[in-house]
Design a protein around this ligand. Structure first.
Ligand SMILES: Cc1cc2nc3c(=O)[nH]c(=O)nc-3n(C[C@H](O)[C@H](O)[C@H](O)COP(=O)(O)O)c2cc1C
Length: 176
């Protein structure tokens, strides 16, 4: 396998959810590279129906209080992914609004970049969206898709990997 291809697969192999962070800030140049990946992401019809709120630890008293896991409160940065359904592409056949998909793709791109930068991340969906929207001043018509905590993992990127369903259970060829 070509070296750059190997690097790509190793990166995805290394990523896992990190819930304990070192008390260490993220270098501003690293953070700006991550933010660029958010806005570089693909989106349906290139609508980019997204907004992201970067919340550093020093500004997080209220948000931290709304988080259930102590470990997340130590993350130097939490990014809130917000979807604007009014800006999104809507599929004609079933009126499906793709804003959440687009925001999720952007956050996932950023998570890949963060892993490459030696950072750990964790999605946080287990929260009260109304409460968190209020804390972050998110307008009513905008959805809070989720938060992603980012920081240096306290124990490095631990080796053990969460089990996945066997490939044969989830991959279908030709037909379901
Ligand atoms: C959409 C989404 C929401 C999640 N919400 C939470 C959460 O609220 N709290 C948490 O501790 N982990 C959360 N996770 C992390 C998952 O539990 C984790 O990705 C899964 O167990 C697989 O482990 P891995 O990421 O280490 O491979 C979330 C992940 C995703 C993709």
């Amino acid at each position: 396998m070509e070296e750059k291809v190997k690097v790509f697969y190793e990166l995805y192999e290394r990523r896992r959810s990190v819930r304990e962070f070192e008390d260490r800030f993220i270098e501003p140049e690293k953070l700006s590279r991550l933010l660029m990946t958010l806005n570089r992401a693909q989106s349906a019809a290139n609508r980019q129906p997204w907004h992201f709120i970067v919340v550093e630890n020093k500004d997080r008293a209220e948000l931290n209080a709304a988080l259930t896991k102590e470990g997340f409160r130590k993350a130097p940065v939490i990014i809130a992914g917000c979807a604007d359904p009014a800006q999104a592409w809507i599929r004609k056949a079933d009126r499906r609004n793709y804003s959440w998909v687009d925001v999720t793709i952007a956050l996932t791109e950023m998570i890949g970049a963060a892993t490459a930068e030696g950072l750990g991340t964790c999605w946080i969906a287990s929260l009260d969206p109304a409460q968190v929207k209020k804390i972050l001043g998110v307008p009513d018509q905008i959805d809070l898709v989720g938060l992603v905590a980012i920081g240096y993992p306290r124990d490095g990127l631990k080796k053990e990997k969460k089990e996945r369903k066997p490939l044969v259970e989830v991959i279908h060829y030709g037909k379901w």
